[in-house]
Ligand binder design. Structure first.
Ligand code: DLL
Length: 430
């Protein structure tokens, strides 16, 4: 059982990428009116793509482009070859719908099986899948990957905590897969129900949203698991499983024989050097139904160039640091939620759950209220001291004032989907 190619030397990878890029551009140009128009406007023809270096001459596409040909944007095959669609909700407008051919579905399962292999699973593992099935890619991705890999899937979907706990004990689940929010919710439930000694979970695979170090540490501590793996993916790029961190937990290995990742400065749209954060832009090499050519993900990460100590020949990007569209402006300072949770994660006594509320006071000045849970078992008597430390640290690291509000452990909403962190009430917004 080996899904991860171990012999991918750099020259071979470059060849695969060059051929895949040429094929994708020719395929999209021949079969999609949208791409043809894009390339015409940019004055580029498939024959102009001779090497990987030519990638940068291709026009970028963005999520708005997925609205223009709704309901089947980027479609590059005849309908009779489409065997499935998935969709994710756009923040504005219609859903983003992506079409899959049988080859796309197969390749996605293979790529996901690599993730399970990288996480160290064997066919004896029992994989409880707690992400939503349906239009969302999550359930289908984890499920097909598990079957392809050959482990036993326990396909619950989000379900409720009773059901998850019951199945986790009775099925002797060893691997739990969910969003980061759901993993925390379950870790708390298991602790609350005193079930830790009855369960066998030793691995958590979680993704779909950015999570803080504090949150990961909390889950690991409560569940007593050996490894928590961060899995990345997006609907436009098949779905979950485009990469996973290895046991070194030092960046996410991605499947560079299936897609090219560039990291660009979102303002200049030029590539940033290795190690510098920027926006991830993806180009697929084998995707038939809805190929992506320089698609802007708006996710912020960095590419690493040093090989990983684990030895697999696949490059790494950092965990997702945030989204370019997550940034908010408060008192003339640009702030990403990740900067806030970075500060929170380092203050003992503070829990991992928080909300940022931006309000406009009568004086007209903005106020940032940080609603933060105390860590489990911390006495409310320490609230004043915690609030003072928190405000001082935010001021020192992010250079703005805030108003902390300490809350009981477990009082902020838990969700099995993606947690919302920022609530901007300014200008009448909710
Ligand atoms: O969230 C696919 C997925 C499901 C990935 C389950 C992992 C696990 P979308 O709903 O299209 O697809 O959302 C994609 O979610 O652009 C990121 O902003 C965010 N995201 C996904 N994985 C991670 C992660 C799925 N590991 C969007 N860390 C992406 C941080 C993530 N953010």
């Amino acid at each position: 059982m080996a899904f991860i190619p171990k012999d991918l030397i750099p020259e071979r990878l470059r060849k695969i990428q060059t051929e895949g890029l040429k094929w994708t551009v020719a395929h999209a140009c021949a079969n999609s009116a949208f791409y043809r128009k894009k390339f015409d406007e940019a004055g580029i023809a498939p024959a102009d793509i001779r090497s990987l270096d030519d990638l940068r001459h291709l026009p970028l596409i963005d999520k708005d482009d997925l609205q223009t040909e709704y309901p089947f944007p980027l479609l590059s095959v005849p309908f009779e070859q489409v065997v499935r669609i998935h969709a994710s909700s756009g923040t504005t407008g219609k859903r983003k719908v992506l079409s899959y051919t049988q080859n796309d579905v197969n390749l996605w399962a293979d790529m996901f099986a690599r993730c399970y292999e990288l996480a160290g699973l064997t066919r004896k593992d029992r994989v409880q899948i707690a992400v939503g099935y349906g239009l969302w890619t999550a359930g289908a991705g984890f499920q097909a990957g598990c079957e392809r890999f050959g482990a036993m899937a326990v396909p619950l979907g989000p379900a409720n905590a009773d059901m998850h706990c019951e199945m986790m004990v009775d099925m002797e689940t060893t691997v739990f897969c969910s969003t980061a929010s759901m993993a925390l919710l379950m870790a708390e439930e298991i602790t609350h129900r005193n079930l830790l000694s009855d369960i066998r979970v030793n691995t958590i695979i979680m993704g779909a949203e950015r999570h803080s170090d504090g949150m990961r540490e909390r889950i690991q501590e409560l569940m007593g698991v050996e490894h928590i793996f961060d899995i990345y993916g997006l609907t436009e790029l098949y779905g979950p499983g485009t990469g996973l961190d290895c046991r070194m937990h030092d960046g996410i290995h991605y499947w560079a024989d299936l897609f090219i990742f560039e990291v660009l400065d979102p303002a200049t749209l030029e590539a940033v050097p290795y190690g510098e954060p920027g926006e991830l832009v993806v180009t697929t090499l084998k995707k038939e139904g809805s190929p992506l050519i320089r698609y802007r993900t708006h996710d912020v990460t960095r590419l690493f160039d040093a090989p990983c100590a684990c030895g697999i020949p696949f490059p790494r990007h950092d965990r997702i640091l945030g989204r370019t569209d997550d940034m908010f402006i408060y008192r003339a300072v640009n702030i990403y939620p990740s900067q806030i949770d970075h500060v929170l994660s380092r203050i003992p006594g503070i829990g991992s759950e928080y909300q940022i509320h931006l309000q406009q006071r009568e004086s007209g000045r903005d106020m940032m209220v940080l609603r933060v849970e105390r860590a489990m078992g911390v006495d409310p008597e320490s609230d004043d001291a915690l609030a003072e430390t928190l405000a001082a640290e935010i001021r020192r690291k992010i250079l703005v004032r805030c108003k902390p509000e300490l809350l009981d452990y477990g009082s902020l909403p838990r969700t099995e989907r993606k947690s919302r962190r920022v609530f901007d009430h300014r200008n009448g917004n909710v």
